[in-house]
Design a protein around this ligand. Structure first.
Ligand SMILES: Cc1cc2nc3c(=O)[nH]c(=O)nc-3n(C[C@H](O)[C@H](O)[C@H](O)COP(=O)(O)O)c2cc1C
Length: 402
């Protein structure tokens, strides 16, 4: 019988690995760790279940590197900063490896959009420049869900404190933190690392020209804007050697800028891609909710295609891939080499097997119930505390140094 989606289910060589197909699990924050960032058994079960479902590679949720310089972004976010974190992650990695596929740890620093409750008393978040996020609206997906939670419009909104500009010593220390976390991640068994340069977090704050106002070598041009992220990738590479994967994730969207657009659109994307041509990474990863939506009125070429061509790097394409035909289109159009799938895997852990079988499946619209601890335990709701319509965190709960 001929293969239904021959491109989607063909193997791919990536670095030292051969992936069995072109479908990766996208990084998805769950806020399901212990309070101290230790990954739980529940997380191991969750990752193992999705590895069993037929993906070729799992990329974990965004994980903090260490508890320094405002790195921690979320309550109950996992870390990779302590021996306890390593022990916790070993279980998730084992659950993924049981299905013969690589596990990639996404490492991130929250920058100016870290939850203020994760900052120490008196500590300001760091960012590329001294800027302040306009805040993030905690969206929900259906009116019914809002009703079920007893929420009234307007949507709850997170406000973030003003950030200070990272010094060069901070930039160096943060990159070292990524490298140190990667070494611990190797100890936990991870096969590679994704450096988070997307979705509004610290390296995105450097790459986005509207947030990076620097005039030194870390700002002012596409080459300078990607420098901090490249340095982090380089330190990670130096620390873990050539055999593990390193991926850099990019986006126009941010958690505080859904629908964000780079000024200069695809021209900026091409310059970013060119600046990354010699970066010590095995692949780039385009993050979005619709991979074709480039938000450039002057071009209809999808951003991942632009960046893939300009960089010459393998590209993981994410955003709105919901059917087998979408995977074929990404690869056939030259936009990417593999896809990363998020929301479909919340709803259907077996999504790769399902599309391959050709059996019809009930499409479950994305619903927040897939992003929290079942059944409907909103105390771990994503991204933050959704019980109040005005998000007014109790700053007295900020952390104090021991
Ligand atoms: C609940 C939720 C949590 C997410 N957490 C992360 C994360 O930790 N790191 C990251 O890079 N992207 C994160 N994303 C973005 C997804 O990786 C992905 O870009 C997005 O869901 C669009 O892909 P999809 O259409 O396949 O779902 C998250 C998205 C959702 C819905």
């Amino acid at each position: 019988m001929s293969e239904r989606f021959p491109l989607a289910f063909s193997p791919l060589k990536l670095g030292a690995f051969t992936l069995k197909n072109r479908i990766a699990m996208a990084p998805l924050t769950r806020q399901a760790s212990e309070d101290d960032g230790t990954p739980t058994d529940e997380m191991a079960a969750y990752y193992g279940r999705r590895a069993r479902g037929g993906v070729a590679m799992v990329i974990t949720e965004g994980t903090y590197t260490n508890d320094e310089l405002g790195s921690v972004a979320y309550l109950n976010q996992p870390g990779c900063g302590t021996p306890g974190h390593v022990a916790g992650w070993k279980k998730s990695v084992g659950a993924v490896h049981d299905h013969g596929i690589p596990a990639i740890l996404q490492l991130m620093h929250g920058g100016r959009v870290s939850d203020p409750r994760c900052l120490y008393e008196g500590e300001a978040p760091v960012s590329a420049s001294a800027t302040q996020s306009g805040g993030a609206v905690l969206y929900s997906d259906t009116d019914e869900e809002m009703h079920n939670r007893g929420l009234q419009p307007p949507w709850p909104k997170v406000t973030f404190p003003p950030a200070r500009e990272a010094t060069k010593a901070d930039i160096r220390r943060i990159a070292e933190g990524f490298a140190e976390a990667a070494v611990r991640g190797v100890e936990a068994g991870f096969d590679g690392f994704e450096i988070h340069g997307a979705n509004g977090y610290l390296y995105y704050q450097f790459i986005d020209p509207t947030q990076n106002l620097r005039t030194d070598e870390y700002g002012g041009s596409p080459e300078n804007n990607v420098r901090a992220a490249i340095e982090a990738c380089q330190l990670v590479r130096d620390a873990i050697g050539p055999d593990k994967l390193i991926i850099l994730r990019l986006s126009q969207d941010g958690v505080d800028a859904f629908g964000g657009a780079w000024p200069d659109g695809v021209r900026y994307a091409a310059a970013v891609g060119k600046a990354l041509a010699n970066a010590p990474v095995d692949a780039l990863h385009w993050s979005s909710f619709d991979w074709k939506d480039n938000r450039d009125p002057n071009s209809d070429v999808p951003m991942p295609k632009v960046i893939r061509e300009a960089s010459g790097k393998p590209m993981i394409v994410n955003g709105g891939v919901a059917e087998g035909a979408d995977v074929e289109e990404v690869i056939a159009s030259g936009a990417g080499d593999l896809v990363a799938v998020g929301r479909p895997l919340f709803a259907h852990p077996d999504w790769p097997h399902i599309i391959r079988s050709g059996e019809p499946f009930n499409w479950t619209p994305f619903d927040r119930k897939y992003v929290i601890k079942p059944p409907y335990d909103y105390t771990y709701g994503y991204p933050l505390d959704l019980k109040k319509t005005v998000w007014d965190p109790d700053i007295s709960k900020r952390k104090t140094r021991q």
